[in-house]
Design a binder for this molecule. Structure first.
Ligand code: G4P
Length: 533
């Protein structure tokens, strides 16, 4: 197969949702359809769920929260699907944002009872920044949810995207009878049978056909006819171009736990979802079809196996062919590396691969050479853009509780922050360490992991910082003056960039006025500032 064919064969995507909307359930069903797991009857059982392929960190199992981002590859109808799992919990939002830089499209799950929730809106904002194509799956149609038209209105209003239903529910909750596929005029009847993959499909060529009445009853058949007429009247024809440009989200309905509507979703997904796309770098756009290999690291996972201190860097291949044992250029370090054991992931199973192609996500064993955002090439000095650190929302000072273990603490905190669990800021003069996170939960995770993986006991003390601001200026003198004036709250990030810790919005405003030539950035990737503001 040539590179072009390999690219056309691949779809790389993530499922995103507010916690509890059904991401784990849908992931498992997709894996089931893809043959990546073989437990049709047992998927609903707790045992399978608790060892879900997507859960691969001990802490995650303990807490029941999806902390880690993992990758699952499977084949369906000759298409190679790379599904990147994202943590649902909002405290791990940054992890999710980074993962979204490595996908070409997303499936967004909405709970039909709850509608659009807070986390859904935030995730959608990130998709909009990059015009990521979105397919919406409205889940839990077996529950007494909201009216389908109302849900569509809410999607358009809160997610600020045009929608177009491609399937339509026949009733909801107790009366849910199935879905009508608007794109091929067939009806899937809902049996409430959650163990079978196949569902009962009734094909009708004309919605006015009495077969419909025979199958779902006259009343529901007439209601469906009215709904379909309304849909055709309100919504424009589905446009694949608009979808791929991130301007229009096709909508499907179903019930993941009952395996219902999942098949259609997957079939349509492989038909319309974009193949691996190019990515912008600091100097030019890289196209997937270029011969030369390029890729970037979007996730680092330390201590996958606590017995061996292994770190895995997750790399998205952007162009060309990745080859095992070939030397590649680590652009930030200007150093050549080769990888003898690159792996791909099928759930928890890792297998060594010899080649990888655009859209693939591979794991590279790492002894500390990688940071998030690092680029590998065949020699060209380019860095992929779009993986910034955002200003954290919560800050705490890291205090060592065991002076005998300060080395372990130092090593542990550097490694954990390399993974992107949180951000580390070190005070320039005092070596005081401040950890910034998106939520409280990360502090607990860090404390737990430092103790269990590095044997280091720590505590976190509250510190009143409002925002971390990366600072730059063309006026060197003024920048120096500012750094000197605010030296107590001047910290260095991991790349030794100066970061000003503003204790309040008011202080920040005053400083912005007083030092007019200093630019205050709220993400570490200054060039992307505009896209993320
Ligand atoms: P998440 O990963 O997005 O957090 O959601 P998850 O799949 O864990 O689903 C959350 C709950 O919603 C689970 O119930 C799951 O069984 C249920 N669920 C998923 N899809 C459907 C659906 O189509 N209909 C209905 N009625 N429920 C659905 P749970 O009680 O938390 O777990 P469990 O005891 O059922 O495993």
């Amino acid at each position: 197969m040539n590179l072009d064919q390999e690219i056309k064969k691949r779809r790389t995507f993530a499922i995103i949702s507010h916690p509890d909307a059904g991401k784990t359930t849908l992931t498992e069903k997709l894996l089931l359809f893809g043959g990546a797991i073989q437990t049709a009857g047992a998927v609903k059982s707790n045992k399978i769920k608790k060892t879900a392929a997507s859960d691969f960190m001990e802490i995650e199992r303990q807490r029941g929260i999806s902390v880690a981002t993992s990758v699952m590859a499977f084949e369906y109808n000759k298409i190679l699907i790379n599904l990147l799992d994202t943590p649902g919990h909002k405290d791990f939002a940054e992890d999710t944002y980074r993962t979204l830089t490595a996908v070409d499209s997303v499936i967004l799950i909405i709970d039909c009872v709850k509608g659009v929730e807070e986390q859904t809106e935030r995730l959608m904002e990130v998709c909009r920044m990059r015009d990521t194509p979105v397919i919406v799956f409205i889940n839990k149609m077996d529950l007494e949810g909201r009216d389908a038209f109302d849900l569509l209105d809410e999607l358009e209003e809160k997610l600020k995207i045009k929608v177009r239903p491609l399937s339509w529910p026949i009733n909801i909750g107790g009366g849910f009878k199935g879905i009508y596929k608007l794109y091929d005029q067939s009806v899937n009847l809902f049996e409430g049978n959650n163990t079978e993959i196949e569902t009962d499909v009734v094909t009708i060529t004309d919605i006015n056909d009495s077969i419909l009445d025979q199958n779902i009853g006259e009343k529901d058949a007439n209601k469906l006819r009215e709904d379909v007429e309304l849909i055709e009247g309100i919504y424009d024809e589905f446009s694949i171009t608009d979808y791929r440009n991130g301007e229009l989200a096709p909508v499907f309905f179903g019930s993941a736990v009952n395996n219902f509507g999942v098949n259609e979703l997957l079939d349509k997904f492989i038909e319309i979802a974009p193949t691996p796309a190019g990515r912008p770098t600091d100097t030019r756009d890289v196209e997937p079809t270029e011969d030369q290999f390029t890729g970037f690291v979007f996730k680092i996972h330390a201590n996958v196996d606590p017995r061996h201190r292994d770190r895995i860097a997750f790399l998205r291949v952007c162009s060309g062919t990745f080859e095992r044992n070939k030397f590649f250029n680590h652009v930030r370090l200007s150093k050549k590396f080769k990888f003898s054991n690159p792996v791909n992931f099928v759930g928890q199973r890792k297998s060594i691969i010899n080649h990888a192609f655009p859209g693939d996500v591979i794991g590279l064993y790492d002894t500390g050479n990688f940071k998030i955002g690092d680029t590998l090439t065949e020699g060209e000095n380019i860095m992929f853009k779009g993986i910034p650190s955002f200003s954290p929302e919560t800050f705490k000072e890291l205090v060592n509780r065991d002076p005998m273990k300060s080395k372990q603490l130092e090593k542990g905190i550097v490694q954990l922050t390399d993974e992107g669990v949180a951000q580390l800021f070190v005070q320039d003069l005092s070596n005081r360490k401040v950890i910034g996170t998106v939520g409280e939960l990360q502090f607990e995770v860090i404390k737990h992991r430092l103790l269990h993986e590095y044997g280091a006991a720590c505590e976190f003390q509250p510190i009143k910082f409002h925002k971390a601001c990366w600072i730059t200026s063309d006026n060197e003198k003024q920048l120096e003056e500012f750094i000197k004036y605010k030296s107590i709250v001047m910290y260095l990030d991991k790349d030794k960039n100066f970061v000003f810790m503003a204790d309040s919005a008011w202080t920040l405003k005053i400083m912005q006025e007083k030092y007019a030539d200093v630019v205050f950035h709220f993400t570490s990737e200054f060039k992307m500032e505009k896209a993320f503001s």
